[in-house]
Ligand binder design. Structure first.
Ligand SMILES: C[S@@+](CC[C@H](N)C(=O)[O-])C[C@H]1O[C@@H](n2cnc3c(N)ncnc32)[C@H](O)[C@@H]1O
Length: 227
């Protein structure tokens, strides 16, 4: 399947990689995509048309293999979860979880989260945004690719309803400090606590979090609210 990611003139926060999937997973992707997949496009879309109901919406940016989306959505049936990811193998994996776990409140969007938030969803329409273990882009020359930087945070905040929350987690201490600074500096966000937040019980350990734990890195959660 060809990539149809549309992000002209913008510095991307992701690696352009397709990822290998088994023939079985490719077949399951083809089967499940029509029911649970959403192509990111530059066109307004009503979540009610995607989910078939109107309840608070959670967007998870960079869902990876989808462990957090599936687990948190299963525990939170009264909200809908829209995962957005560019990595084909991860999308295919989450589609499989949606099917095997019978999750009715999850859809998987393929493409750039910034396009999804600015072009598809209405401003002030999202109840919560989750950004778990975004690529740390550790080299200084790559910091401009980080998802959590002032310009993108303004986009995330604009998508949230007043009172909605932005929950980030990282295993990269220097990025955690930058996140804290950038989120605190945003004029429309306020920290829900002093400094880093307690890890919420409902957030499961993901593949990338486990890598950080195995490497001995501390985990930081940050939870801000739109004012
Ligand atoms: C380091 S992985 C973390 C995945 C997962 N959240 C976890 O904890 O295991 C970051 C993911 O974010 C995705 N990503 C980065 N920028 C993105 C964007 N602008 N839109 C959608 N996905 C993005 C990448 O493709 C990658 O799969």
């Amino acid at each position: 399947m060809s990539e149809t990611i549309t992000t002209p003139h913008r510095i991307r926060s992701f690696h352009a990689r397709r990822g290998r999937v088994s023939p079985q997973r490719e077949a399951s992707f083809q089967e499940l995509w029509p029911a649970f997949g959403v192509q990111v496009e530059e066109r307004r879309t009503d979540p009610e048309a995607i989910f078939g109901r109107r309840v608070p919406l959670v967007v998870e940016i960079g869902s990876g293999m989808g462990e957090a989306t599936a687990s948190m959505a299963a525990a939170d049936p009264d909200r809908d979860y829209l995962a957005v990811e560019v990595h084909y193998a991860g999308i295919a994996h989450l589609l499989g979880l949606v099917e095997t776990q019978g999750l009715t409140n999850v859809r998987v969007a393929r493409g750039d989260a910034i396009t999804l938030l600015t072009r598809m969803l209405e401003p002030s329409s999202v109840d919560a945004i989750h950004v778990f273990f975004p690529d740390p882009w550790p080299k200084a020359k790559h910091h401009k690719r980080r998802l959590i930087r002032a310009e993108n945070v303004a986009v995330l905040r604009a998508a949230l309803r007043v009172g909605g929350t932005l929950h980030c987690a990282t295993d990269w201490p220097e990025y955690a400090e930058v996140m804290l600074e950038v989120l605190a500096a945003d004029p429309g966000l306020v920290n829900t606590t002093k400094g880093y937040a307690q890890r919420p019980d409902l957030r499961p350990v993901t593949k990338f979090e486990q890598r950080g734990i195995d490497a001995g890195r501390p985990i930081a959660d940050l939870i801000f609210r739109r004012t």
